[in-house]
Design a protein. Structure first.
Length: 254
C-alpha cells in the first residue's frame, strides 16, 4: 500500500477524467491521497472530492504562499472558518515562495507564522512549501514556540546539509518526481537519507516522474517514485512502501 502525501487532483486539470484517475491510483496500490489546499478558490473542489471518496482522499486546509497578496488576511479568515467547520488532517500547503515573486515576503512570512500557530492550536501537522526560501522558512521553524510541531518539507530540493536540518527538527522529507530526473541531482541526496525520514508524494498535476515526464502527473505514478527510492537504497518497493506508508500514517493520523 502507498500513500500519496501531496496531490492536487481536485484541480481543473482533472475535470474530465477524475473518476478514472482515482481508479488508476487505487489499482496501483495508492490507497490514500492527501489533498493540500491552495486558497479560497480551491476549497469547494477539494471538499467535493473528499466527500465523494472519503475512504481515499484526505483533506488539509491552508493558504499557499503564491496565493498571498494584498488581501491575504481575508484568505486566512477562510482557513480559520473551515478549520472550525469540519475535520482536517493537517495545515497545508503553507510556507514561503521566493521563486515567482519576492515582493510579498513580509506578508508570506506573517501568513506562514499565523498558520503555524493554527497548527499548534489544533495539534495538526504542517505541509511546508519551500522554494528559493529554505533559510527564511528554517529561521521561522527554529522558533521555540514551534518546537512541538511535526510535518513535512514538501518537494524537497535542498542539500544533504539542509536535509539534516529538516530531520533534526523532527520533520519528514517529501520526495516526488524530481528524484527520477537525471540532471536534478536529487537521487544522490535521497540516497543518503534514511527512508525512515521520507514520505512519498506526486504533487499532481505537476513534477511528473520519468517515464511520463512532460505529461500531466497523477497519483497512480507514485509507484515510479517508490521504485526509484527502492533502487537508491537497495530495497524492494514493498519495503519502501511499508516504511513511507507508516511514516505518513503516523504523521497525519490516518
Amino acid at each position: 500500500m502507498l500513500i500519496d502525501t501531496h496531490s492536487h487532483i481536485y484541480s481543473t486539470d482533472f475535470i474530465n477524467d477524475l473518476d478514472e484517475v482515482i481508479q488508476r491510483a487505487y489499482s496501483n496500490d495508492v490507497r490514500k491521497i492527501i489533498l493540500p489546499n491552495i486558497d479560497s478558490s480551491s476549497v469547494k473542489n477539494l471538499l467535493n472530492l473528499v466527500d465523494t471518496y472519503p475512504h481515499i482522499c484526505i483533506p488539509l486546509m491552508g493558504l499557499h504562499p503564491t496565493s498571498i497578496n494584498h488581501d491575504y488576511q481575508e484568505e486566512l479568515q477562510v482557513v480559520e472558518y473551515w478549520l472550525k467547520k469540519r475535520k482536517f488532517y493537517g495545515i497545508g500547503e503553507i510556507g514561503i515562495d521566493l521563486y515567482w515573486d519576492k515582493s510579498f515576503l513580509e506578508e508570506q512570512t506573517h501568513a506562514f507564522r499565523f498558520q503555524l500557530d493554527l497548527a499548534c492550536q489544533y495539534q495538526l501537522p504542517v505541509v511546508i512549501h519551500v522554494r528559493d526560501s529554505f533559510d527564511e522558512v528554517y529561521q521561522v521553524m527554529k522558533e521555540e514556540k514551534y518546537a512541538s510541531l511535526k510535518g513535512v518539507f514538501h518537494s524537497f530540493s535542498g542539500t544533504i546539509e539542509q536535509a539534516k536540518l529538516v530531520t533534526d527538527l523532527g520533520f519528514k522529507i517529501g520526495v516526488g518526481g524530481v528524484v527520477t530526473f537525471k540532471k536534478s541531482g536529487m537521487d544522490q541526496i535521497i540516497k543518503q537519507i534514511d527512508p525512515c525520514h521520507l514520505v512519498l508524494e506526486t504533487d499532481s498535476p505537476y513534477l511528473t516522474p520519468v517515464p511520463f515526464r512532460g505529461k500531466r502527473n497523477e497519483s497512480s505514478y507514485l509507484v515510479y517514485i517508490a521504485q526509484k527510492i527502492a533502487d537508491l537504497h537497495n530495497m524492494t518497493v514493498g519495503e519502501i512502501a511499508k516504511v513511507t506508508t507508516d511514516n505518513a500514517r503516523k504523521l497525519f493520523g490516518i
